[in-house]
Write a protein that binds this ligand. Structure first.
Ligand SMILES: Cc1ncc(COP(=O)(O)O)c(C=O)c1O
Length: 476
């Protein structure tokens, strides 16, 4: 296999090489390199390394759509001169006296930095293209099987059942376990609404519990207090990559004969007591939405170690049809299937999962270093040694009365800062189930999610720190 980074370059500086193609390179070389460098464009030079211009993903996509790859168009044909339209690319080429590209200056105005961006490389592109070319574009195909197995292996589980998103995977889990009318499911107050919505959609009653002030998740103690004779299941949510105390919750569930449906949408790769989260429950559910640690665009998966549960999930996912008897339905099921095209992207992402986790951890470490001394800023409490959290979105807490101003100041310089979820008890949709949840309310009033992507390097963090200082006062 040839990789874009094996192409001939005109520079020995790896940072410049990752951003550069030669004008005689094929369109696809530029596409792959612009994806891999995460900037969405490449510099285009002549064979002597002199800057000819740049080729953006947008321009290369246009050329591809017009069939440029058929007429052997090269990057020289699509390159635009460096100038006014390149202003918002976030870098400036550094040239020597002969016009040769010798470096990259990032100390220039930056394009909008969202809280999250999908991290897609040539690998995802090749697999998705391959799935398309195979014509298996619907919900059967080799990539589906491979993705289900690869992701289940990653979490150490026997069976994976891929779904169209991480909401229906929760729904499928509960439907498979027969949870419905008359049942109660214990859900934490601080989570994305999909956790509680799905409990309501299967007809069960959500019982909200406050989260722990340190872990930010439900505690076994809070769960124990919420158990009633109607409780059928516990839904721990590992919010923002922080694992709930799963050993204790699993012991409690076993002692009280309750199911656990783990909502791992935000914590791929995290561990508790050395064991991957997602492996403590009857069924665990993950999301692969575009802002998640790994993505399939839209997508989800249910994992289980129980072959019968897996078989029932497969049947319910596919309209409740018996796999060995086409068009025979023993109960009304759903169409909760993932497509082979999504799974193809997922296969590449699973291969890159450790790299993506490391990138997120690095970004988080940069924020902790740069923002920790700023008045009123704090980071999530360190977790017990038994716990290995991961970074989904980097999180910080800021003074409640300054949060809106801080978000506005970041927005003014093109940086996205997002407030935490609202506590479920505070919202009209869940008024019937509201409980006093002071910890969740406090987190939701003070928490912010920071941009977490590979564009967040030291220079970007310094910029963000500058905005924080302008609103909150100087770093001590
Ligand atoms: C905790 C939690 N559960 C469930 C979901 C739902 O996942 P999806 O967006 O894939 O439906 C999300 C994601 O947004 C989430 O954060």
């Amino acid at each position: 296999m040839i990789e874009a980074n094996e192409l001939k370059t005109t520079t020995t500086d790896p940072a410049v090489a990752a951003m550069t193609c030669v004008e005689t390179d094929a369109l696809f070389a530029g596409l792959e390199r612009a994806l891999d460098n995460g900037r969405g464009f490449v510099f285009v030079t002549d064979a002597g390394g002199r800057l000819k211009g740049f080729a953006s993903l947008a321009a290369m996509r246009q050329a591809f759509l017009k069939g440029g790859h058929l007429t052997s168009q090269t990057l020289g044909d699509v390159a635009e001169p460096w100038g006014s339209s390149s202003v918002l690319l976030g870098v400036e080429p550094v040239l020597n006296g002969e016009g040769r590209l010798i470096g990259i200056d990032e100390d220039v105005p930056q394009p909008f930095l969202p809280v999250s961006e999908p991290d897609l490389t040539h690998r995802e592109m090749r697999y998705a293209f391959d799935a398309f070319l195979s014509t298996w574009i619907s919900s059967t195909g080799d990539y589906i099987r491979r993705f289900e197995q690869d992701f289940a292996d990653k979490v150490g589980m026997a069976h994976g059942v891929a779904t169209s998103n991480g909401t229906v995977s929760l729904h499928l889990a509960m439907a498979t376990l027969g949870i419905g009318e008359g049942d109660e499911v214990i859900v934490p107050d601080l989570t994305f609404a999909a956790s509680i919505n799905t409990v309501m959609h299967v007809g069960a009653r959500p019982v909200l519990v406050d989260v722990d002030r340190d872990t930010w998740c439900m505690s076994a103690e809070a769960v124990e207090r919420a158990i009633t004779p109607r409780t059928r299941a516990i839904m721990p949510v590992h919010v923002f990559g922080r694992p709930a105390e799963m050993t204790e919750i699993a012991e409690l569930a076993k002692a009280r004969g309750l199911y656990i449906i783990e909502d791992c949408a935000e914590a791929h790769g995290a561990k508790y007591d050395g064991q991957p989260i997602g492996s403590f429950s009857d069924i665990s559910s993950f999301s692969f939405f575009a802002n998640k640690i790994i993505t399939t665009g839209e997508g989800g998966i249910c994992l289980t170690n129980d072959a019968d549960i897996a078989a029932r999930m497969r049947m319910l996912r596919d309209h409740g049809m018996r796999p060995e008897r086409r068009y025979w339905h023993e109960e009304p099921g759903f169409n909760f299937r993932m497509t082979n095209m999504q799974a193809a992207i997922g296969c590449a992402q699973v291969e890159r999962m450790d790299e993506l986790l490391a990138m997120r951890a690095d970004v988080n470490a940069r924020y902790v270093k740069a923002l920790s001394g700023i008045p009123g800023v704090s980071f999530p409490p360190a977790m017990d040694q038994r716990v290995e959290p991961v970074t989904w979105f980097s999180c910080a807490q800021v003074p409640e009365d300054k949060r809106a101003e801080l978000i506005a100041a970041c927005k003014a310089v093109n940086i996205d800062l997002r407030p935490f979820f609202h506590g479920l008890s505070s919202m009209p949709a869940y008024r019937k189930f509201a409980r006093k949840c002071p910890n969740s309310a406090w987190l939701s009033r003070t928490g912010v999610n920071l941009p977490t992507s590979r564009r967040v390097d030291d220079a970007m963090v310094a910029r963000i720190a500058g905005v924080f200082e302008s609103v909150l006062g100087r770093n001590s």
